[in-house]
Design a protein around this ligand. Structure first.
Ligand code: NAI
Length: 248
């Protein structure tokens, strides 16, 4: 059982935390007592999202996760304003879908830069402090597509498969220093992205989901709160599919 405030006073960074799954995770960790640094591209949007979270002391921070210099200064600013970071959720992600034959270099490079390099950048920036304090939990948001592949998404699937490999490697490197690293592989989750799909597009998707519905952001956020919290203290290096049974 998770107690009401099992994350009390812990500083948690959530990248891409202004909307969608990241926002849901930020709310769930704030509910658990954490102080949230909402990191997103736009400072006003990040600050507004942070101000709407339950509890006190949260902050919004502007940063492009693909830019290592911005990430390093953002992390320093967060620690100066909110305190040492104990929890890092690498959630920021983009898609630039296209068939491989038509895919432009920029479409491939941008997706890898945000989804994979962004995860590396923030992990490297936060890891030193976590290891020194011998305490930390890192959670990366991958995708079922990183486990199965998907036509039209070679860039995205490669980036998310990369996140799974990064998660396992970080778990092995940091385990002896008291830092855990896991990933969630969401299936199809109801967000702005999936709201745009037509019924005709949704129908074949539904057939692949044994539980028969799209997932809700809260169903990812609840698992995120579990994985970064004390109830998961013996779990590291895992990628947990939260997908209604799509990938078994
Ligand atoms: P979204 O597009 O609603 O939100 C993404 C957030 O990340 C936005 O606030 C955006 O401004 C921010 N962001 C984008 N690029 C950034 C950058 N370079 N630096 C900082 N922030 C940046 O996306 P959604 O649907 O909430 O997805 C969140 C994560 O979950 C992503 O990693 C996505 O790949 C993953 N995911 C989503 C699924 C879905 O069904 N929605 C399924 C599987 C994985």
């Amino acid at each position: 059982m998770t107690s009401a405030v099992e994350l009390k006073g812990l500083v948690a960074v959530v990248t891409g935390g202004s909307r969608g799954i990241g926002r849901g995770i930020a709310e769930s960790l704030a509910d658990g007592g954490a102080i949230i640094a909402v990191v997103d591209l736009d400072s006003d949007v990040a600050a507004a999202s942070a101000s709407e979270l339950p509890g006190q002391g949260h902050g919004g921070f502007a940063c492009d996760v693909a830019d290592a210099d911005q990430v390093n200064s953002c992390l320093a600013e967060i620690e100066q304003q909110l305190g040492p970071v104990s929890i890092l959720v690498n959630n920021a992600g983009i898609t630039r879908d296209n068939l491989l034959i038509r895919m432009k270099d920029e479409e491939f490079d941008q997706v890898l830069a945000v989804n994979l390099k962004g995860t590396f950048n923030f992990t490297r920036a936060a890891a030193r402090g976590m290891m020194k304090r011998r305490n930390g939990a890192i959670l990366n948001i991958a995708s079922v597509v990183g486990l199965t592949g998907n036509a039209g998404q070679v860039n995205y699937a490669a980036s998310k498969a990369g996140v799974v490999g990064l998660t396992k490697s970080v778990a092995k490197e940091f385990a002896s220093r008291g830092v855990r690293c896991n990933a969630i592989a969401p299936g199809f989750i109801r967000t702005q992205m999936t709201d745009e799909l037509s019924e005709a597009q949704k129908e074949p998707l539904m057939k692949q989901i044994p539980l028969g519905t799209l997932g809700e952001v809260k169903q990812i956020a609840d698992v995120a709160r579990f994985l970064v919290g004390p109830a998961a203290s013996y779990i590291t290096g895992q990628t947990l599919a939260v997908d209604g049974g799509m990938v078994m």
